[in-house]
Design a protein around this ligand. Sequence first.
Ligand SMILES: NC(=O)c1ccc[n+]([C@@H]2O[C@H](COP(=O)([O-])OP(=O)(O)OC[C@H]3O[C@@H](n4cnc5c(N)ncnc54)[C@H](O)[C@@H]3O)[C@@H](O)[C@H]2O)c1
Ligand SMILES: [Zn+2]
Length: 365
Amino acid sequence: MQSIRLLEEICGTRAFIVSDSVMEKLGYLQTAVDYLGKAGISSVTFTEVRPDPDVKLIADGMKLYLESGADVLVAIGGGSSIDAAKGILYFASKMDQPSGGEFKRPLFIAIPSTSGTGSEVTNFSVITSEEGKVCIVDEFITPDIAILDSTCIQHVPQRVVVDTGIDVLVHAIEAYVSTMATDFTDALAEKAIRLLFENLEILHRDVKDSVARDHVQNASCMAGMAFTNANLGITHSLAHALGGTFHLPHGRSNALMLSAVMEYNAELIGSANGYAAERYAKLAELLNLPARTRREGVVSFIREVNRLKKALGIEDGIRALGVDPAEFENALENMADAALADRCTPTNPRQPSKDELIQIYRKSY
Ligand SMILES: NC(=O)c1ccc[n+]([C@@H]2O[C@H](COP(=O)([O-])OP(=O)(O)OC[C@H]3O[C@@H](n4cnc5c(N)ncnc54)[C@H](O)[C@@H]3O)[C@@H](O)[C@H]2O)c1
Ligand SMILES: [Zn+2]
């Protein structure tokens, strides 16, 4: 069954749907409108979302949302659409209400079309402001219902499969080594990592492979559940600042930072014997890679991640994406400041100094 059909079982009177023009063109938006119609719910659509939603977009959407009087909020699209809906919900709740009364929280439904940010199950929203990417982290914006419908991800371009798939891997790895990891988040992260190593290359070779597509979609949601509870680490902090400065996709920015961050976290030039090293070595064991010592496990896991990145056609470094060396050097101070202040930094297994963050950027260049 197409699970987007579950929209016909929703209770409400008016839906505000946040999406983008691609979802509209592919017909997913109309499908959602039709199923909501069967439930007696009329829809107002907002399809202005662009990748990495910014403050102006949120303000425009919020105005229309408040005017719509909706009691159901639906986000359908990639992380950008879901995060935009979260931003609209968050800021709408802080405004004076057109009715003059209290803000009434709508039923919030998220339908992801990428695999993915896991945003359909997280309390995170990433908004681009003049200062760069800012994370709102608040339970209030966690969707009430997530609908995973793999037919909504069947037309994802190969490059987006790679960017979003590697983002899932980084979510799972960072949740696994987070200082807030628990048995529950470990279970979700381990399963997500296993599913990714078994299916992401297959999906990259053939985006029509429906079995691999389902597994990667499930991994995306599980990794989202893991990190909404355990939080993330400095791969994301560094990637937020890098992607915001040089307009690189979120997943690709993460992919470019991940290896140097793992070497830093595991203290590979050093004892390679701490908490993060132990966790990466456990992941090597999970994937049946050589791990007779902690160091060997760390090296095996990092090598395996690098092998996967290469197989997916990810560039060797930031430079290969066309970032100018002088512009990169000029941006380092500001990017490191932003990464240090990022909401993902406090749960990284090793607390970095600004200089160490700059070194990680240089190593990843
Ligand atoms: N909230 C969170 O927990 C969280 C976590 C990680 C990243 N993010 C944020 O999410 C955003 C990135 O989201 P994303 O990686 O899902 O990409 P996206 O939503 O920006 O989409 C990327 C491109 O793919 C297209 N696309 C999406 N679904 C498609 C489909 N089914 N078929 C064809 N084209 C499709 C979009 O139109 C867009 O052009 C960034 O702003 C990032 O910072 C949020
Ligand atoms: Zn991410």
